[in-house]
Write a protein that binds this ligand. Structure first.
Ligand code: 26V
Length: 808
């Protein structure tokens, strides 16, 4: 047990840090930055001590560990989360208030650790939180992207990308472990030297060596002594300064040479709508995998001295295909470095590795050109080829003569190395992230594999770290819950169902309305102070926040907004529920249509701003630089949660769960986890519209023709015509063309096919909103039924069904 944390101990710790790191002996003289740093360093000490105690307990128990490999962790801010997890928020506030400092200001000061694109990365962070909260021994592995993804700024109505310099103040959480650096090799030549005993020595020549230096980010759990960490690798050049260049006065060139390999950990790739098989991305993936595996093996050998029990004590999780190279890399290390036979190595690897698929979008399934792969990772290429040769041999035995099936299933095909096939053929378990998504994996994407090894496929529906998303970011609502149902839901989300008993309690329903109004007011004030954008908390807040992508169909929402706008232009005193549409999203810098959509939303916002009367009825804002902390402010304000992807395309969604648990009512298609949300809350408490996944697929197969819908629905026609004619001095003819003039490839995500049912159900929804009690009852039901979407539940399923992991 670690020492008890008291007001005194925290105060002393912070004072000590101020002295040691900043030479300040008087609290009063310290700047906000210095206090911020000192507070974090003090909390880090507490967490690190707990981490070392927890690790000792894990070793003593010889407990199995899970290693969660992911190219992205969208951690966000940690100060508040850690303080709340430790249960010391009141104490810290008290200390700071005495010194005239607001803890809230320090929270604001912390930058987001935004090492992710969206759902996938945030899921990784939520799962690390749940692993710690559940007392599971776990380590996350990723890359220390110095400039994150990018910081979004709206400049002249369009997205501009700036480097996100989060490390200056966000790096305080990191602990550099220079003592645990490893070398990662790229390129060069591989030579095999066969010995007389039949073994083979592998010698590498002329390869490029990069040093991987770990920086550990501690992850606390709620109300527990368990602390885990995410190990982030930084690339450091191993090349010494070329002194001859320096002495020739070419200092800058010497720096450039050294800097080259360090590019590996500079920025994260955006999840574009197409993978280009970029060399740097492959390099990043191998860098992550090779360094992480060395670290895993080192840890294991330190405890057990041998790799014989590796598969019993280690679970390695591949989050999406991005870290799939761990499979051939582990084969390489076991065979080349530890003398294992292929068969023995394979037994270990295929028992250790499990894989989660996060998308069925074919553009997002990563493939590498054999030529690039061969040059960059020559030894791994040999191993992948051998894995593939043996796989095809087995497939041939099962399906003699069925070349078509075998070529669909093979890892290497037509000059490309397919990571999904590598993962599915080699993992002990494969899971999708919602019921529907897993069914689609089984029926479509991985159909052949499902028939081949059905026992490997399972579903684990995603979950969220609901303490962050409800308890800490919506204190008004969680206080009400504490009062009404007690606080046991804070450790057991299933207890939220008790809230349902209050669905007809008028005072509770009115309190819910009040809380929402206060959250909306707080957000409106914050936004106004930051950007000058004006919101009216008396209007209904209709929110669509997620990555910008065609399949998520922000455009469907926009078309409905434009149609309402046109109606208001024609009939200014139309009786409508005053409505505010809030968008926030980053678009991948190379994704033309996604950037156009942002431009369009901003243009509508500006257009409406020119009509103050209309703005009172219909307001649109684009909130820039969407990230975890913006989400934490925005989601508690959600009344209408837009989850309107084309059915079959959104693997799960997790924003839908976050908004639901904050009382947002979903308008959505039967896609991803929306299906399960509907099953939980019942038809009265969700607004479902549009084609089902099956219907959408069928419609597309028959030869979808968007123009038919345009001609059939006058509202839709008005909206698209208005879009084409342009407003706010900007024309969007290209978007109109994209919807209706591309022959059978126009409107690829079938916005038009779902428009009619969308606007009708949206209209009904707004009408229901007029009746506060009726609406709040729906909201209450959403909160009460959200417990199942807790990451604690997801993680316990992973622990039981995939990793064989026990709590320590
Ligand atoms: C693909 C690529 C390919 C190009 C290089 C960069 C890059 C980065 C990410 C991706 C795949 C993105 C997959 C993804 O984010 N899936 C989301 O996962 C969430 C968590 O399971 C899920 O809720 C969302 O529905 C799903 O879209």
């Amino acid at each position: 047990m670690s020492n008890e944390i008291t007001k005194n101990s925290i105060e002393n710790a912070v004072s000590q840090k101020l002295i040691r790191y900043f030479g300040i002996s008087d609290f009063e003289e310290a700047s906000k930055e210095e206090i911020y740093m000192s507070l974090i360093l003090s909390i880090k000490d507490i967490l690190n001590e707990r981490r070392s105690n927890f690790n000792r307990a894990v070793k003593k128990k010889r407990a199995k560990r899970v290693y969660y490999l992911c190219m992205e962790f969208l951690i966000g801010k940690s100060l508040k989360n850690n303080i709340c997890n430790l249960g010391i928020e009141d104490t810290v506030k008290e200390i700071l208030t005495e010194k005239g400092i607001k803890l809230e200001d320090l929270y604001e000061f912390e930058p987001d650790a935004a090492l992710g694109n969206g759902g996938l990365g945030r899921l990784g962070a939520c799962y690390m939180d749940a692993l710690s909260s559940g007392n599971y021994p776990a380590t996350g592995f990723s890359i220390l992207y110095e400039y994150g993804l990018f910081k979004q700024k709206i400049v002249l109505g369009e997205q501009a990308e700036l480097p996100d310099e989060w490390m200056t103040y966000g790096g305080v959480w990191l602990t550099a472990r220079t003592d645990r650096a490893y070398t990662v090799r790229f390129g060069g030549k591989v030579k095999e030297f066969w010995r007389e005993d039949g073994k083979c020595d592998i010698v590498y020549e002329d390869c490029e060596e990069v040093e991987a230096v770990p920086y550990d980010y501690t992850v606390s759990g709620y109300n527990t002594e368990c602390v885990n960490s995410i190990r982030l690798w930084k690339a450091v050049s191993k090349r010494d300064f070329n002194m001859s260049l320096v002495s020739q006065g070419q200092y800058v060139r010497a720096l450039e040479e050294k800097g080259n390999s360090e590019i590996i950990s500079k920025v994260l790739y955006p999840s574009d709508n197409h993978t280009e098989g970029k060399l740097l991305r492959l390099t990043q993936q191998y860098f992550l995998v090779s360094a992480s595996l060395q670290s895993i093996i080192f840890d294991h050998l330190k405890v057990y001295g041998s790799l014989e029990n590796f598969a019993d004590k280690v679970a390695i999780h591949i989050n999406d295909t991005h870290p799939a190279l761990i499979i051939p890399e582990m084969m390489r290390v076991l065979i080349d470095n530890y003398g294992y036979t292929w068969e023995d190595a394979w037994r270990i690897v295929s028992k250790t590795v499990s894989y989660t698929n996060h998308t069925v979008m074919s553009e997002a399934l990563e493939c590498w050109s054999e030529d690039i792969f061969k040059i960059r990772l020559p030894r791994l290429y040999t191993i992948v080829s051998e894995i593939n040769r043996r796989l095809c041999k087995n497939l041939w035995a099962s399906y003699p003569g069925d070349w078509e099936k075998i070529s669909r299933m093979s890892i290497i095909n037509s000059g490309s190395i397919r990571m999904a096939q590598l993962c599915v053929s080699s993992s002990c378990k494969i899971n999708g992230v919602s019921e529907l998504h897993t069914e689609i994996l089984k029926k479509n994407l991985f159909y052949d594999y499902y028939k081949y090894t059905p026992e490997k496929f399972i579903n684990i529906t995603n979950g969220i770290a609901y303490r962050r998303w409800l308890c800490f970011s919506n204190p008004r609502l969680s206080e009400l819950l504490d009062l009404v149902i007690g606080n046991s839901y804070r450790t057991d989300a299933s207890k939220l169902t008790e809230f349902k008993n209050y669905e007809n309690d008028k005072s509770v329903l009115l309190k819910l309305a009040d809380i929402k109004y206060n959250n909306k007011t707080e957000f409106s004030n914050w936004l106004k102070s930051k950007t000058g954008q004006i919101l009216d908390p008396n209007t209904v807040f209709d929110i669509q926040v997620k990555r910008m992508h065609e399949y998520k169909r922000q455009l469907l929402n926009i078309l409905n907004i434009i149609s309402t706008y046109v109606d208001l232009l024609n009939t200014p005193n139309m009786d409508i529920v005053p409505q505010t549409y809030i968008f926030a999203a980053k678009a991948p810098p190379n994704y033309y249509m996604a950037k156009q959509l942002i431009k369009l939303i901003v243009a509508i916002e500006n257009e409406i701003n020119k009509h103050p009367i209309i703005k009172e009825q219909l307001n649109v804002v684009f909130v820039e630089n969407y990230n975890v902390s913006v989400a934490e402010k925005l989601i508690p304000c959600c009344e209408i949660s837009e989850q309107i992807s084309l059915a079959g395309k959104e693997a799960s969604g997790t924003g839908n769960m976050k908004q639901m648990i904050n009382g947002g009512v979903t308008i959505g298609t039967l896609d991803g986890a929306n299906v399960e949300i509907k099953n939980e809350v019942g038809e009265d408490n969700i607004y479902i519209f549009g084609h089902t996944a099956k219907e959408a697929e069928e419609l597309w197969r028959q030869g979808y023709n968007s123009i038919l819908y345009y001609n059939k629905c006058y509202k839709l026609k008005n909206a698209i015509d208005f879009l084409a004619s342009g407003f706010n001095d900007v024309g969007f003819v290209k978007i109109a063309d994209y919807l209706i003039s591309g022959g059978n490839i126009s409107d690829p995500y079938m916005c038009l096919a779902d428009f009619d049912s969308y606007y009708k159900i949206h209209h009904n929804m707004l009408n229901d909103y007029r009746d506060t009690l009726k609406w709040q009852k729906k909201s209450l039901n959403n909160i009460a039924k959200a417990g199942i979407f807790s990451a604690d539940r997801s993680i316990s399923e992973y622990a039981n069904k995939v990793w064989g992991l026990l709590k320590v």
